[in-house]
Design a protein around this ligand. Structure first.
Ligand code: TYM
Length: 338
């Protein structure tokens, strides 16, 4: 039997500090972690700062964005009394297990990852692809499997990585004996893939070079309004929900639905102009982000308390991960440390 988690569902998810957190991160993942996941399971949420080193990076920026991401997780409502919030690099088990995952995966599997193909193309143009960009899903699998995770709440773009994690868990268990829980992806009902407002066929991403179509959690309300009002739609006269043919409008309706709790198709019926729709989307986004921005300003004034939360989180995470990673080391034939 794989090690148990004491009968409670275990949830793990993470966010990379490669840029400022976006509305996509919030609606696709973080909001659900705060409103639902932390209350219904034993949940761990991690700023996966090691992943930020897989692309060209500036150490000072990664340091700053790591603390900012942690502060934003708390500002979004993750309660360190209820769930575990921590920094990946402060728990060595992730790196220990990542190597075993590299020894479980094949290079072909890694090369098939869509995100690798996209990011590698961009990095190649800048002068080189880090090997860690290719092996990244092994570290992500380790993040998840170290904790006996049952559910991984993510946006649609991470589904392929979680599928690979499942494959690796099954393969490892077959080869070396039951060690890992096989996790499953959970996606939000709407806004599983928030698109760029200027380029609605691409995901709204935190590392995009053009930022006019990306709403950041810390954007001022005026900036949010401007970005939404300038969103690309199409030339059709009436508002309708058709993600295939009319991705820009569908994206605005999805965002509105996610912010107001409605259904995108039904919401479309209430509008006869794009202007009115955009105005409502802008206000809904501003109001959704307002409490997060306000709470962030308070928490950011006291970075020592954020660091203290992270320290406690890392201690708990380490204690949870250690026995399983030790067991995995032994299972593959490594002599125990003593
Ligand atoms: P990252 O940092 O790109 O994104 C964090 C979370 O936000 C979701 N997300 C989106 N959801 C909807 N629309 C969007 N435009 C959008 N952009 C991002 C992501 O799906 C994700 O849930 N590899 C992961 C981080 C990671 C991880 C893990 C996640 C590392 N180890 C273990 C879960 C479990 C990533 O790059 O997420």
């Amino acid at each position: 039997m794989a090690m148990t988690t004491g009968g409670r569902t275990r949830i793990f998810s993470g966010v990379q500090p490669t840029g400022h957190l976006t509305l996509g991160n919030y609606l696709g993942a973080v909001r659900r972690w705060a409103e639902e996941d932390q209350h219904r399971a034993d949940a761990l949420f991690c700023v996966v700062n090691l992943h930020a080193l897989t692309v060209e990076h500036d150490p000072a920026r990664v340091r700053r964005l790591s603390r900012q991401a942690a502060t934003l997780l708390l500002a979004s409502g993750l309660d360190p009394e209820v769930c575990t919030v921590f920094m990946q690099s402060q728990v060595d088990e992730h790196l220990r297990l990542s190597y075993l995952m590299e020894c479980t995966a094949s290079d072909g599997e890694m090369r098939r990852m869509i995100q690798y193909k996209e990011k590698a193309a961009a990095q190649r143009a800048k002068g080189g692809v880090r090997l860690s960009l290719l092996t990244y899903p092994a570290l992500m699998a380790a993040d998840i499997l170290a904790y006996g995770t049952h559910e991984v709440p993510v946006g649609e773009d991470q589904r392929q990585h979680v599928e690979l994690t499942r494959d690796l868990a099954v393969r490892f268990n077959q080869r070396y004996g039951a060690t890992f829980v096989v996790p499953r992806t959970t996606l939000p009902a709407v806004a599983a893939r928030v698109m760029d407002l200027q380029e609605p066929t691409s995901k709204m991403g935190k590392s995009r070079a053009r930022t006019a179509g990306v709403v950041y959690l810390l954007d001022e309300p005026e900036v949010v309004r401007k970005k939404v009002l300038r969103a690309v739609t199409d030339a059709e006269p009436e508002v309708a929900y058709d993600p295939e043919q009319r991705p820009g409008v569908a994206n605005l309706l999805n965002v509105l639905a996610a912010c107001t709790g409605g259904d995108p198709r039904r919401l479309a019926e209430g509008y006869d102009s794009y202007g009115a729709l955009k105005k409502d989307v802008a206000e809904a986004v501003v109001e959704t982000l307002r409490p997060v921005r306000e709470r962030h300003a308070e928490l950011a004034a006291d970075p020592a308390s954020v660091d203290a939360v992270l320290r406690r989180g890392a201690e708990r995470a380490r204690a949870l991960a250690r026995p399983r990673v030790d067991a995995a080391f032994e299972a593959v034939g490594l002599l125990p440390a003593g």
